[in-house]
Design a protein around this ligand. Structure first.
Ligand code: BJ8
Length: 430
């Protein structure tokens, strides 16, 4: 295990950001220990994971300083909660797009002083981070862009707006031609809002370059995901999840270069049969709701139970990168049209009907060489929870072993989940 790993502190920076420094300085040592236990305890990790370890070491210091430097240079720094917010437009304005979804139990009691208890933990965690002054990312953004994907989120934006300027994009919930038109108008409004910050119109070449940058990022993640499908897998599910989480706050070009470097290493590892676990290791695919940093709970349980995770059909997973934008045009209106088309392919369960997602899950299952599917649903996420019914039916039809798990961020159900996961792993090996 690397002993030099340490999540860095920067109390002066946090004080400048008006955080609760006294409380927050307890976080880096806790994250250091958690990271050492979950990630650095693995054996034979790819060497190129060192970059992603450094990203975690600098999560509360170096990356925040980069955000502040960007702000001081007049660049927009925008917080988002959903993969429907078109980050190409932020990139075209030379801005930073930072994912703010919360994956920690620590701020849920703060959120519950305001929000009802029985809503999604991701929404509560993120809201709690803001109202408690416990997230440097939240403190460093100019404003946040919410969306109307689910009830918990869209009503929380009204309350969040009191603490940080919160704009809302309307995301339609059907995918007819008239919905596409509505969505295109929303994309154009989003572009205008970003242009207002920079005091300039985004030009067609700027948007084109941004599309190329984000396409390259998504392609690199596709390449990485294809490589992990190799049997035996050259990288653990925990490390893959980590990389997919870091994708939401790292610089896109730098991140892409690092992912491609990791892919180069994994190609060689596959050729040399230098892998993370033996060929007979049970292979599991995850589908469902996103796992925001530092939600590593289910991956840790599954891989500690002797299986390897080989795919995440999730927004912190393939839904983020399975589609790129058609680059056949450099005309602004046509690019916005193609961009909208690409975003409409994201198959979030907030859409109805959403049968494309069921087909996508089955296709990814087959491509990944998984032996069983675990559908993960955050507590109180009604759309994913109900969509699991159709997913189960589709799996039964295909003969795919299926298990649905509903959980939150608390450690209370770990023992029970462990028992269920172990039984499932036994079942898929029979
Ligand atoms: S596109 S999955 S990132 S909305 S917050 S819907 S878990 S109850 S996150 Fe999401 Fe965009 Fe869809 Fe993806 Fe459920 Fe929780 Fe709502 Fe959630």
């Amino acid at each position: 295990m690397a002993t030099t790993f340490e999540v860095k502190s920067d109390p002066q920076l946090w004080a400048d950001l008006k955080m609760d420094v006294e409380r927050f300085q307890k976080v880096p040592p806790v994250l250091t220990k958690l990271y050492q236990d979950i990630f650095l305890s693995q054996t034979n990790r790819p060497e190129e994971m060192a970059y992603f370890d450094r990203m975690i070491e600098n999560i509360y210091s170096g990356r925040i300083q980069e955000m502040i430097a960007a702000k001081e240079a007049g660049k927009p720094v925008i917080g988002t909660f959903c993969v429907y917010v078109p980050e190409e437009i932020i990139q075209a304005a030379d801005g930073l797009c930072i994912g703010l979804c919360g994956g920690s139990q620590a701020t849920i009691p703060d959120a519950e002083t305001v929000l009802p208890r029985n809503i999604c933990p991701m929404v509560k965690s993120a809201f709690g981070f803001k109202i408690s002054g416990m997230c440097p990312f939240f403190q460093a953004v100019d404003f946040v862009y919410g969306e109307t994907t689910c009830d918990a989120k869209k009503k929380t934006w009204e309350l969040l707006d009191k603490h940080v300027p919160t704009h809302v994009m309307e995301i339609p919930q059907l995918k007819r031609e008239r919905d596409k038109q509505l969505w295109l108008e929303e994309v154009k409004d989003f572009k205008k809002a970003v242009e207002k910050i920079i005091g300039n119109e985004i030009s067609a070449p700027e948007l084109r370059t941004a599309i190329d940058t984000l396409n390259a990022k998504r392609s690199a993640l596709q390449r990485l995901n294809d490589l992990r499908h190799h049997n035996p897998s050259p990288i653990s599910g925990r490390d893959m999840l980590l990389i997919q989480q870091i994708a939401f706050y790292d610089d896109p070009a730098r991140f892409t270069a690092q992912v491609n470097q990791l892919c180069d290493e994994l190609e060689i590892r596959c050729q040399n049969n230098n892998v993370i676990a033996p060929k007979e290791t049970p292979r599991i695919m995850i589908s469902g709701t996103p796992m925001a940093l530092p939600n590593w709970k289910l991956h840790n349980i599954i891989e500690n139970s002797g299986a390897v995770i080989v795919n995440e059909e999730s927004c912190i997973g393939t839904r983020y990168y399975k589609d790129t934008i058609d680059t056949a045009t450099a005309d602004m209106d046509e690019m916005l049209d193609k961009l909208t088309e690409r975003y409409m392919k994201i198959d979030c369960s907030c859409f109805t009907p959403n049968d494309d997602r069921i087909d996508q899950v089955i296709a990814e299952f087959k491509a990944s060489g998984a032996q069983g599917l675990i559908d993960y649903c955050l507590q109180f996420c009604h759309t994913y929870n109900i969509e699991a019914v159709k997913l189960r039916e589709a799996c039964e039809k295909e003969g795919i072993p299926f298990m649905a798990i509903e959980s939150d961020y608390s450690p209370e159900d770990v023992g029970q989940l462990q028992t269920r996961v172990e039984a499932f792993i036994e079942q898929i090996q029979d």
